[in-house]
Design a protein. Structure first.
Length: 347
């Protein structure tokens, strides 16, 4: 089989009237780039990644794929997935292998795994050795822009959909505001449902210790991204000072960066980000690296590719997702997504 062409499509949403916010940023410019990789057998692998808060970033990503990557891929065997990945890293190094280049590598890597899945008639998680037949999922309920009554309504919906775990943004100007939001969520969902919190890199070590001690007394399960993502020593100090697990990783750009946290014991739960890590392959590799340290793995975000990643990992813990779509309901049982059985990245 040979790659015959790459086709990209740019989607930029109109600026939302009320952007989604956390303690760090507002998603003012949501968009994505969709990639289709065509082959001489008629199989088409596809996927999309995008930026939500940088105007123009999606267009730059599209240009990188069209002008730099497509000429390197036409004529190659799409199933030599890791070989292509390494060649692209070398070929693109002058434009830096971090940042946006990783998003471009992700588009290619996922589209190629999609081709492999379709060619073999197997879900991609099975091509690397299925490790799970279901994966627990939590839903993100507590966005910062939601008023308390809106927050309660989202919680009611999450409970109705059968979620057994929800996540709430923290890092409000005061701890008291964080507590008020957490108490509102707890009052709606009861004590049977797990709550996680996410500070999106906005706290200092001192403040994360102060707030973390309160959150753990409120039976919050994990504290996510309390500190700037690359402050590895600070993470180690914080993790040593709190009983509750520290979850982080969605802003790291490779398993080598996770290694820095794992060897320092600055991370209790690994969260892989598909776009920043460079694709399905690197997420699975990072998850297995975490397994060697006895650390569970979750995904930043959901969807079929992330679900396939977790189904390939013996240490999979949680898939992150939004509210269930109608299509997803059928596959969501007892707070878990069933392992997909469709070819490539389909149900
Ligand atoms: Mg997060």
């Amino acid at each position: 089989m040979k790659i015959t062409s790459l086709e990209t499509e740019l989607y930029i949403a109109p600026p939302p009237e009320r952007p989604i916010t956390d303690a760090l940023r507002a998603n003012r410019h949501p968009g994505h780039v969709r990639l289709k990789v065509h082959t001489d057998k008629g199989i088409v692998g596809s996927t999309s990644v995008g930026f939500a808060s940088i105007r123009g970033a999606n267009q730059t990503l599209q240009t990188m794929v069209d002008e730099e990557i497509a000429p390197l891929l036409v004529g190659r065997d799409p199933l030599a997935i890791q070989l292509i990945h390494e060649d692209l890293k070398r070929g693109l190094e002058e434009q830096a292998i971090h940042g946006m280049t990783m998003y471009a590598l992700t588009l290619v890597n996922v589209a190629l795994w999609d081709i492999f899945g379709q060619e073999t008639g197997q879900p991609v998680h099975r091509l690397v050795g299925q490790a799970k037949d279901r994966v627990p999922a939590y839903t993100m309920v507590g966005w910062m822009h939601l008023e308390l009554d809106e927050l309660k309504a989202v919680c009611v919906r999450a409970a109705e959909q059968g979620f057994k775990a929800v996540k709430v943004k923290v890092g409000s100007p005061t701890l008291e505001e964080d507590i008020q939001r957490l108490e509102a969520v707890r009052a709606e969902i009861g004590t049977e449902v797990t709550i996680m919190v996410d500070a999106n890199q906005t706290l200092t070590v001192f403040e994360a210790l102060r707030r973390g001690q309160v959150f753990q007394e409120m039976a919050v399960f994990w504290l996510e991204e309390p500190l700037p993502a690359h402050n590895y020593d600070d993470y180690a100090e914080l993790a040593a000072g709190l009983a509750m697990p520290i979850a982080t990783g969605e802003n790291l750009y490779g398993k080598e960066e996770f290694k820095e946290l794992l060897v320092r014991r600055g991370i209790d739960i690994v969260q892989v980000d598909l776009a920043r890590l460079g694709g399905f392959s690197e997420c699975v590799a990072t998850g297995l690296l975490a397994a060697a340290f006895g650390v569970p793995c979750c995904t930043h975000g959901g969807g079929m590719v992330n679900l396939n990643i977790l189904c390939a990992l013996p240490n999979a813990m949680y898939l992150e997702t939004g509210p269930l779509s109608d299509a997803e309901r059928e596959y969501f049982v007892d707070g878990c997504f069933l392992a997909p059985e469709g070819a490539g990245f389909s149900w």
